[in-house]
Design a protein around this ligand. Structure first.
Ligand SMILES: [Zn+2]
Length: 225
């Protein structure tokens, strides 16, 4: 059974009778996942993933390794936990959108390749569900690292040339205050205080080391003259 075949099979199903037990078993055997918004507060998963997520007003679920990632159980708010956010950066996002206006109540947005199907009540589509392959919900490649970048620029203005330099965030381009303006000393911030991005300490250190090496070479050449 393929994604398309299962989506075709489920298309037009009545609300409350979306998938039979046999079809669930078949979907599971084929490593397919069915997901749809249900009632006014649920995101349902059937097949290779069998789960239910609270979705009142809409919800974003995350998937890795073909599985649903549970909310962190440590008690820290997911938005505030840097480690969890870093973990999510290689996860697939699945946002279930609740619509108050006309048309279906639920639709799903995701970067996982999928086919859609309609769930019907009283002749109207109430929810647009999706079918996808569990192996298409594996980890995404990690985004490139962000780091403190030493920059030096001349900025021309009508009166004079200005010399701008400092350590700035490679992601948001915010510049650290003057007290950090030493190209030989990489900033110690592990996270950008402006955008919250995790900074790769090795990249900044390599720049500082290069700067010092270049300086030493220059000094050596000068003293040899
Ligand atoms: Zn930043």
């Amino acid at each position: 059974m393929t994604v398309k075949e299962l989506a075709c099979l489920l298309d037009g199903r009545k609300y409350g009778y979306v998938i039979t037990d046999e079809e669930q078993a078949e979907a599971k055997a084929a490593n397919l996942v069915v997901a749809y918004g249900y009632s006014d507060d649920l995101l349902e998963f059937e097949g290779a993933i069998c789960d239910e997520v609270g979705a009142y007003g809409g919800v974003t679920a995350y998937l890795k390794k073909g599985e649903l990632i549970p909310e962190p159980s440590c008690g820290v708010e997911a938005d505030e936990c840097k480690l969890y956010q870093e973990f999510l950066s290689t996860a697939h996002k699945m946002t279930t959108v609740w619509h108050n206006g006309s048309g279906p109540c639920w639709t799903i947005l995701t970067d996982i390749p999928h086919e859609t199907f309609n769930i019907i009540e009283d002749g109207e589509t109430v929810s647009v569900g999706i079918v996808f392959r569990a192996e298409d919900a594996m980890d995404k490649p990690a985004p490139p690292p962000s780091y403190w970048a030493w920059y030096e620029e001349t900025i021309s203005n009508p009166n004079a040339y200005e010399w701008e330099y400092g350590w700035r965030c490679s992601k948001c381009k915010s510049v650290l205050p003057d007290e950090y303006d030493d190209p030989g000393v990489p900033p110690e911030f592990l996270y950008c205080p402006f955008c919250g991005e995790k900074m790769d300490a090795e990249i900044a250190k390599a720049q500082a080391d290069n700067y010092i090496a270049a300086l030493e070479k220059q000094t050596g050449e000068t003293s040899n003259e």
